[in-house]
Design a protein around this ligand. Sequence first.
Ligand code: IPD
Length: 270
Amino acid sequence: MTGSTPTARELLGIAVEVAREAADTAARMRAEGVSVAATKSTATDVVTAADRAVERQVVAALRAARPGDVVYGEEYGGAEAGADGVRWIVDPIDGTVNYLYGLPYCAVSLAAEVDGRVVAGVVRNVATGEEWTATAGGGAWRDGQRLRCSTETELGQALVATGFGYDAGRRRHQARVVAELIGDVRDIRRMGAAALDLCLAAEGRLDAYYEKGLAAWDLAAGGLVAEEAGLRVTGLNGRPAGPDLVIAAPPALFAPLHTRLAALDASGGP
Ligand code: IPD
């Protein structure tokens, strides 16, 4: 790699290689047995030894491949703000609670930003090996298939995924929102890994997804996959998707879902 800005495809190539090795490590450590190493924001916001080992492995691999880049990760932090040049955003295991319980819905998520904009991302399911990739302007893909989001047009027919934070007050507010929304949609799914929810929406296995409280590492790679598959991925009232709210919906569903979520104060609460 030269000192010039790499292309999104070059960054994706690195990301895929690093994410595959990381997912192998996570799967091996899961097979050997998992326990909680520490807790973070609350007693149920857990970190396993694998979260830490996988992030260390990803950071080391990225440093070897691209020594000048900065990295921002869930477990060890790093460059919080977008930087000039390349910044990698890593969630070593998205869906840590599923991982802890042996539920096959957890993923390594790795994205590359150039000058503050996500240009490449990969999400790899640790348990199943399913892998989603995207580059900005280059489409979203799984197993050689280009992905297109749902063509559903009626909110009442939409299968909508969401998630809950770890803080009890936040969860109660999120539950009140979902208790109303569930009457307006086909059904709700809460599967436990935001990056995978966004990827399933990218291929129409979910119609839409929303959640308050996502961190950059939950959103970066899956958000690009979703956008490149045709979903609108934003916050409320034209704000960018972020911790206040992420709405990912096909164009025809976006307005009705946005209207309901705004009315239900989905970005409110603690
Ligand atoms: C969590 C998962 C979950 C979502 C939470 C995230 P983690 O990430 O993506 O689905 O609802 O908001 O924090 O803690 O498993 O990496």
